[in-house]
Ligand binder design. Structure first.
Ligand SMILES: [Zn+2]
Ligand SMILES: [Zn+2]
Length: 459
């Protein structure tokens, strides 16, 4: 059997309830998972999970961007020496390429790593700089001279056009990783033009925001051309819609080039986004459902179909890719067995994998990276979701947006209360205690020195 190509498409900050714009672009040969959870709220830890099948507490990366510490990257080097998906595939004859801006360790194993800003034309880059300079000088000038605001990311259509050209010329089999940003703030890189909606004036939101830098970002960029909170939500929706439309076109083109049938395609979102729920606007720094529910869809290459599970997590992505590769003979049994010893996730291509009864236990969390944010870990088991803050001297309100997102300890029955409005931690003490013990066991078993410090500070 021929070795399948692999294409992984990462959509940043696409909420599960807006993912219909993407899933409606996919045919009946796709498996769209119903209930998908992300293991952590940050992009860096999640991509690292996707390439290893390990929970962030085990691969080491807990924070995102400039807040990742030396201990985290050291643990990552030690613990992912021989199971990093792009490296394993590269050493098994795959041509590897990525289209992304994350850089750093995410480059590992990619023969070609195309940084997204390089996709831009020189002129556009200049105008981006000019727009930012104008923004700093005066918002009025910027609005008068530039109809489109500056955005740090090229639109999905530009990225996918470049990817298509790259795939056509690539040696086979290939692994391609693509990162799409339209649904990440400032939600501006969309071709759809959203309507203006009556609603809550932006000033109401901006007045509440405590963090000066965050207020400036919201006011100058996220609020570009918008007058109400609803205008911005409309633009988020337009962004999700334009990602779906671009993917529909892209998949058609893949069919035209003959690449579609022989390619295993995985589309996922790394986390959701708060659009006002629990007092958080236009960011992802809580562990409520709107943030930790994400999206996963798989289009198998050939007949070996992953089976449906009620509840999956992004820790399952790497095990499932390797499972499909084993069936098609692209990797041997011994390599699969060696890799599988490290996974926290399940190979969804195995019909008899354990815990497939919908009561699967999953873990999630967020670790304060930007100053002032909370450190929260949690567990989902059956219809129960337990969350605990592990922050020492925790402020009553979020120092970023001035709202209260989480209590110290929370227990929700998410089938009856998906909006997580009723904290049952006092009423259901026994359940909360049992889940807490499982959670602590999971966190301690990771043997992560920084995590251990975080836990012992509050226990
Ligand atoms: Zn992200
Ligand atoms: Zn907040």
């Amino acid at each position: 059997m021929a070795r399948p190509n692999i294409l992984i498409i990462h959509i940043d900050a696409l909420r599960s309830d807006y993912a219909r714009y993407v899933s409606s672009a996919l045919g009946s040969d796709w498996l769209v998972y119903k209930e998908v959870y992300t293991p952590l709220y940050g992009t860096d830890p999640v991509v690292t999970t996707v390439f290893t099948g390990m929970y962030p507490v085990r691969h080491g990366i807990l924070r995102h961007g400039p807040w990742v510490t030396g201990t985290e990257t050291m643990l990552l080097r030690l613990r992912t020496r021989d199971n990093w998906l792009p490296e394993v595939l590269a050493s098994n004859g795959y041509e590897t390429m990525a289209y992304d801006i994350l850089g750093r360790w995410h480059r590992r194993g990619f023969k070609r790593y195309i940084e997204l800003p390089a996709l831009r034309h020189g002129l556009i880059k200049l105008s981006y700089v000019a727009k930012h300079a104008a923004l700093r000088a005066s918002r009025k000038i910027a609005h008068a001279f530039f109809r489109n605001p500056p955005t740090p990311y090229p639109p999905v259509i530009t990225i996918l056009g470049q990817v298509l050209r790259g795939l056509k010329g690539a040696k086979k089999p290939f692994l391609a990783f693509v990162h799409i940003w339209d649904t990440h703030t400032p939600y501006l890189v969309t071709h759809c033009s959203p309507k203006r909606r009556p609603g809550t004036p932006l000033s109401v939101l901006l007045e509440k925001v405590i963090d000066e830098q965050w207020r400036r970002y919201l006011r100058d960029l996220v609020a570009w051309g918008a007058h109400t909170i609803e205008d911005i939500i409309e633009r988020y929706q337009a962004a999700a819609c334009s990602v779906g439309e671009a993917l529909r076109l892209f998949i058609d083109k893949l069919r035209d080039t003959g690449l579609y049938d022989d390619t295993l395609i995985i589309i996922y979102s790394d986390h959701g986004e708060s659009l006002g729920e629990h007092g958080a606007f236009f960011d992802h720094h809580t562990v409520h459902e709107e943030v930790i529910r994400s999206f996963l869809a798989i289009k198998p290459a050939g007949r070996e179909e992953p089976i449906m599970l009620n509840r999956v997590s992004l820790v399952d992505v790497a095990p499932t890719i390797f499972g499909i590769l084993r069936v098609s003979g692209a990797i041997d049994e011994e390599l699969y067995r060696r890799l599988s010893r490290r996974w926290d996730g399940l190979d969804l291509s195995l019909p008899n994998a354990p815990d497939m009864d919908g009561n699967r236990v999953l873990y999630f969390g967020m670790v304060a990276d930007k100053p002032g944010l909370d450190t929260l870990f949690g567990i989902i088991a059956g219809s129960w979701k337990y969350i605990e803050s592990f922050m020492h001297n925790r402020p009553e309100k979020c120092p970023r947006c001035g709202a209260k997102h989480h209590d110290q300890r929370e227990l929700f029955k998410i089938d009856r209360d998906p909006g997580e409005k009723q904290n049952l931690v006092e009423e259901e003490r026994e359940i909360a205690q049992r889940l807490r013990e499982l959670l602590l066991r999971h966190l301690r078993s990771a043997r992560h020195p920084e995590l251990d410090k975080i836990i012992t500070q509050v226990l």
